[in-house]
Design a protein around this ligand. Structure first.
Ligand SMILES: Cc1cc2nc3c(=O)[nH]c(=O)nc-3n(C[C@H](O)[C@H](O)[C@H](O)COP(=O)(O)O)c2cc1C
Length: 409
């Protein structure tokens, strides 16, 4: 999604300026046309040549330099920018932007642009927590700019605290979301579930399944990049939360049920990609179960059927407008998917055969079929989970359209 996008990367005078080199490199590798503007202070930390080499484009260091090409004048840059990203952003630059100053190329460009502006502050904890910095940031957010919060960690001053610039991978993810903020899911609230629930047996063991959470996390990320507000209800996984998602962590099916029912009131779409245990141990031992020659028989009792409860809730409230289920099957894929779609009152079901190694659990790819309420089925080829997420969301957008959601657009 970054291909051929004009991204103005503003680099200011923070010790974190060296990390902007990685950011510039990653943006360029993903096909963005990166135009770097460095403040005078930034050049004390990193040489412009670093950015020029990484982006293969001239770096702007002065407002009044004799411009060999007029197309790098501040208004030209501001106009063609698809995104202005300032990373790292000093307290000083943040203060200037908050007050509309335009005394260098970066601040003048921000003032002159209509593109989204994303700011990644980096500074010592006291500077960051100073009420004046917080008020400046709040005023930028109030005017529609996005801020990637700094992290808590080791700071260049030797102290530990909040103020370290967010990781370049997180800033990159937020840059994609800023670019997609007017996307086809803009303003829509999407709840996604992911991962495999774990049902405790004793204090150290559980009954679980092989879901990795990759499909649900890919859906959450893709929805964020298309402008949605996303709540991701996650059973245990080894994955990092998608930046920008509101996370709710759960372990058991019962907790998953509570989290889903607690979040759907305000949701436009619910996408249930989690593998929720159908059964849980009837008794949970208080102490670790000991090994014995007589073996062990487990008695299981059924878990709440979340999709059934959602269907009931929907019948009385009409919300959420779109509900998507997933079916992991080992046989009779289409027939089982159709039965589940009908039984649970779904709008859409994504079914995949989990017996092959390139599809289903823990794989980065998936071979799925998508079936809608009218029985229309698209059989998709082997796709990266991120691509399949895109296809599922295309269907969700279509369902919103049919529900009259986008009449004002
Ligand atoms: C070694 C050193 C490190 C600095 N690191 C930061 C920093 O991380 N964040 C910050 O807001 N200011 C930092 N400053 C102060 C800024 O460089 C200073 O406020 C400057 O005027 C910022 O100018 P600019 O916003 O135009 O880049 C640092 C200064 C020095 C000397």
């Amino acid at each position: 999604m970054l291909k051929d996008k004009h991204i103005v990367l503003g680099v200011t005078g923070s010790i974190a300026a060296y990390k902007a080199a990685e950011l510039a490199s990653r943006l360029a590798q993903e096909g963005a046309l990166v135009e770097v503007i460095m403040t005078r202070s930034a050049q004390e930390f990193v040489a412009p040549l670093t950015f020029q080499t990484l982006t293969q484009r001239p770096v702007i260091t002065e407002m009044f330099q004799l411009l060999s090409e007029m197309n790098i004048a501040h208004v030209a840059l501001a106009q063609r920018a698809d995104l202005v990203l300032i990373a790292p952003a000093t307290a000083n630059t943040i203060a200037k932007l908050a007050h509309g100053l335009a005394d260098d190329m970066l601040s003048a460009t921000v003032l002159a642009t209509r593109a989204p502006v994303l700011i990644a502050p980096a500074m010592e904890t006291n500077m960051y927590e100073n009420p004046v910095t917080q008020a400046n940031l709040a005023s930028l957010v109030a005017r529609g700019m996005m801020v990637v919060e700094p992290e808590v960690g080791h700071l260049a001053s030797g102290r530990h605290g909040k103020g370290r610039m967010a990781d370049p991978a997180v800033i990159l993810a937020m840059a994609k979301q800023a670019l997609g903020r007017d996307g086809d899911l803009a303003g829509r609230r999407v709840v996604v579930t992911a991962g495999g629930t774990q049902e405790p047996l004793d204090p150290v063991r559980f009954v679980g399944n092989r879901s990795s959470g990759k499909m649900g996390y890919a859906l959450a990320l893709a929805a964020l990049e298309r402008g949605a507000q996303v709540t991701l209800i996650s059973a245990p996984t080894r994955l990092s939360p998608p930046p920008g998602a509101k996370m709710e962590f759960v372990t058991t099916a019962a907790e998953m049920r509570d989290a889903v029912m607690g979040s759907i009131a305000g949701a436009d779409a619910l996408i249930m990609a989690a593998a929720v245990a159908d059964y849980r141990p009837a008794e949970v031992a208080r102490q670790k179960i000991k090994k014995g020659p007589q073996g062990l028989t487990l008695r299981l009792r059924p878990n709440p059927d979340i999709l059934m409860e959602v269907a009931e809730y929907r019948r009385s409230t009409g919300k959420p407008s779109v509900v998507v289920g997933f079916a992991a099957e080992t046989e009779d894929l289409a027939a089982n998917a159709r039965a589940k779609l009908k039984a649970k009152g779904l709008d859409l079901i994504v079914a995949n055969d989990v017996t092959s190694s390139d599809s289903g659990f823990d794989s980065d790819t998936n071979r799925a079929l998508i079936m809608d309420r009218l029985g229309q089925t698209s059989e998709l080829p082997l796709l990266a989970k991120s691509e399949l997420a895109g296809q599922v969301l295309n269907h969700v957008v279509e369902l919103f359209r049919n529900a009259g959601f986008f009449t004002s657009k």
